[in-house]
Ligand binder design. Sequence first.
Ligand SMILES: Cc1ncc(COP(=O)(O)O)c(C=O)c1O
Length: 354
Amino acid sequence: MSASPLRHLGDSLADLDRRGLLRQRPEPVDRPPVDAMLHLCSNDYLGYRATGRLDGYARAAVAEHPTGAGASRLVAGEHAAHGSLERVLARWLGVEETIVFTSGYAANVGAIAALAMEGDVIVSDALNHASIIDGCRLSDARCVVVPHNGLEAIREALRSTKARRRWVVTESYFSMEGDSPNLAALRGICDELDAVLIVDEAHALGALGAFVAGSAELCRYLWNRARSFVFSTGLSPLLAAVAEGAVEQAWADDLGRSRLQQVSERLRAGLAAHGVVVANRRGAILPVVLGTEAAALGWSRALREQGVLVQAIRPPTVPAGTARLRVTARADLSDDDVGRAVDAFGKVASTRVI
Ligand SMILES: Cc1ncc(COP(=O)(O)O)c(C=O)c1O
């Protein structure tokens, strides 16, 4: 019998393992022992998952909405819950219309690839999320990658191109860096040089990243041209109804936002007091850049022994040589939780080289 035509997969996995880059299926976060740990690596910034605040919406939705859409929304999968969620999102954001995809990944890939065409240029931040990069790759446009948050590089790239249409794509709060471009200045540059600005809000708007907001014409275009929307079964109507509840909660949740800011600041100050360098100054994402994969994995393991869950983030999620812990705050964390987290970091920092 001949050798398996898939034998290279094993070689590839062995190579990742040698380089400290192999990912394993993690233990479930809702089962022992992980459920009892203090979780500091989620996107649940307002704490709705952790506190079960949306469970009531889910129970109500079960009675009224089917679990699956049944088909692409354009075929026979359009349900009342979809339009209802899209209208609430549009009212919240003050835009004409929104279009909900099944995930943020699908929204970025579908929208960017549908909008940017042959003969266009996309100016893309070097640290944009993989879903943005894949959207650029799938489009027929030429992509110019500019240094992270480099406004002058964006201006130069737009100035020096003769492309028919120009697009600039960035994130409003970068998921691994916890920093932001100067959006007002960027808006000015795009207006001046006739470029369309696409901003991924996945980590700014409370991890509700799976939609595109804009004009009615833009949304109508995506209904026709975004392949990850047209050729994919619609979002579960049950989930759409729960998401609508999440939007209503988040819209009104100024208290949650101010608590999130307080928790972030206390964590940041607590880590700094133990000599742990946090690479940014604001927001709910606190990157602790450690460099090597081994260092990030070692810190993650040591924190876990202290009952704190912070997964190591390694390339290709972040650039080579910048493996890190991505510590995230949540609005529902108590002062005791913050104290526990800071103490755990203190213990680990005292036994490891920072
Ligand atoms: C900036 C950014 N955009 C898009 C996504 C993808 O969103 P989703 O998880 O809904 O697919 C993520 C992360 O998951 C992200 O960090």
